[in-house]
Design a protein around this ligand. Sequence first.
Ligand code: 9MG
Length: 265
Amino acid sequence: MGVLNVTPDSFSDGGAYPDLHAALDRGRQMVEQGAAIVDVGGESTRPGSSGVDAAEEKRRVLPVIEALAAELPVPISIDTRKPEVMREAIAAGASMVNDVGALRESGALEAIARSSVAVCLMHMQGEPATMQQQPVYDDVVLEVREFLEARVAACRGLGIAADRLVIDPGFGFGKTLAHNLQLLDRLSSLRCADLPLLVGLSRKGMIGTLTGRPTSERLAGSLALATLAVERGASIIRAHDVAETVDAVRVAAAVCGGWQVGVTA
Ligand code: 9MG
C-alpha cells in the first residue's frame, strides 16, 4: 500500500504533493513501482496533529481519488475517519476505506455497511493530538487484539462480510517504543478470524528513536521492520518508499511462503 498524503502537514511527506498533477504523477509512479493499493489521505494523523474539517479534507482528496480511480489498475483507498468523507470518496471511486479510528465515529459503520468497499480497522489509543503523551496498557498485545476483535464483531453485526475486513495494530498510535516492539514481535498472535493484517511502520518515530535518524533517513529501518512484519504474517505493508519496500517484501515473502505476494519462480 503506497502512501499518498495530500496534506500540508503530514509527518514525513507533508506538502510534497501540493497540486493535483503532482499527486497523480506520484500515484502513477507508485503503481509502476509495484504498489497494489494507493492510500490517499487529506488529514494528518501524526502525533500532535489537530484535524481538518470535512470540507477541507474533501477538497484535498476527492479530485485525486476521482482521477486515480479512473486511471490506475489498482484499488484506491481513502485514509479518513469521517463518514461524510468516506461516502463521497467511495462515490468518487475509492474501493477501500483506511480508518485509523476503526469506524468509531458516529455513522462510520453504517457508511461502510451501505457500501461494498473493503475497510481497514486500525487500533489507536486516544486521539492524534495527545495520543503519545502517556500511552498506558496492562498488556498491549491482548488489549489491541481484544479491540480489533470487538471492531470486527461490530462490522459483522451490521452485515459487513469478513472478506471486506483488514485489521491493523496501529504502530505509533498511542504506543510507546516498548509497546510497538512488543506488538511487532508478537504480531502473529494478533491475527483474528484469518483476516489480512496491515501494518504501517514506514519512517515512523520508533525508527527515529532506535537509530537517531530524521524521517528522510529512515529507509533502512523501515525495510527492516517491513521484513519482520512479513515474517510474522503481515499481508499488506503501508509504505512511503514503494520500490524499495516491494523488493524487501518480495524477498521476505519468498522465504516465508511465496503465496503471500504471488511470487513466482
Ligand atoms: C494513515 N496511517 C498512518 N499510519 C498508519 C498505519 O500504521 N496504519 C494505517 N492503516 N493507516 C495509517
